[in-house]
Design a protein around this ligand. Structure first.
Ligand code: CTP
Ligand code: MG
Length: 230
């Protein structure tokens, strides 16, 4: 059993909505409902800690209550950046924690199987990231000019869950505070320290809800999934 941290303290600036994008409706439930439902259905997740803004806590309580969880779910105050929110979550776990999974609240279509795959891999890895091979040809651009085309067979799109040995990810976050490193995912801290990060096969449908277009795609995928259910 492994604890799961869910960063949910953003404001969804790129979504352009009047509130945290995780509280926007997707079908008949808020985005965060689907993220939590999948996490709670994963057999390897022992407890869930949400990091949020205090003003969203009543909405979190409603979402969690509606899920009737049989595992502990609690929420703590997040920070001004995703990185600070994850650190707040790490500090909310007992010092005896051995491993931890971290999964963005905004990735609401991750399946229970993906959580379980990552938790299983964490038994013999100190750092891991769910990822999928990149399909597009990627251009590196500086000042609107293409300066390079990295070989595609080496490119993977990083997702969450990401998983880490607890003592190491705490040490990595503390080092980041000292050095002033700012990163957009936790695996990047391991990379900066030269610590190994393994790939776990992610899911093509595990998109991150960032813009209104993502919300429309997620709605479509969710409907398609429901139609495929027996
Ligand atoms: N997040 C967080 N604390 C922050 C910022 C972000 O916990 N201070 C969370 C978000 O709630 C989200 C995840 O980190 O689940 C990934 O962040 P992102 O997709 O960038 O969400 P937002 O920061 O809310 O969106 P934007 O960058 O468009 O404002
Ligand atoms: Mg953000």
């Amino acid at each position: 059993m492994v604890p799961l941290l869910v960063p949910a303290a953003g404001s969804g600036r790129r979504m352009g909505a009047d509130r945290n994008k995780l509280l926007l409706p997707l079908g008949d439930r808020p985005v965060l409902h689907y993220t939590l439902a999948a996490a709670l259905a994963a057999t390897t997740i022992g407890e869930v800690v949400l990091m949020g803004q205090e003003k969203d806590f009543p909405a979190f309580a409603e979402i969690v209550e509606a899920l009737h969880p049989v595992k502990p779910v609690r929420w703590v105050v997040g920070g001004a950046t995703r990185q600070a929110s994850v650190y707040a979550g790490l500090m909310a776990l007992p010092a005896s924690t051995t491993g931890v999974l971290i999964h963005d609240g905004a990735r609401c279509l991750a399946t229970p199987a993906l959580f379980d795959r990552c938790a299983a891999a964490l038994a013999h890895r100190e750092g891991l990231v769910a990822a999928v091979p990149v399909k597009d040809t990627i251009k590196e651009v500086v000042n609107e000019k293409v300066v390079g085309t990295p070989p595609r067979d080496r490119l993977w799109a990083a997702q969450t869950p990401q998983g880490f040995a607890y003592a190491q990810i705490v040490a990595a976050h503390r080092q980041a505070l000292v050095e002033g490193w700012e990163v957009t995912d936790d695996a990047a801290l391991f990379e900066k320290l030269g610590w190994p990060v393994a790939i776990v096969p992610g899911e093509e449908t595990n998109l991150k809800i960032t813009t209104p277009q993502d919300l429309a795609i997620a709605r479509f995928l969710l409907q398609a999934h429901c139609q495929n259910q027996p």
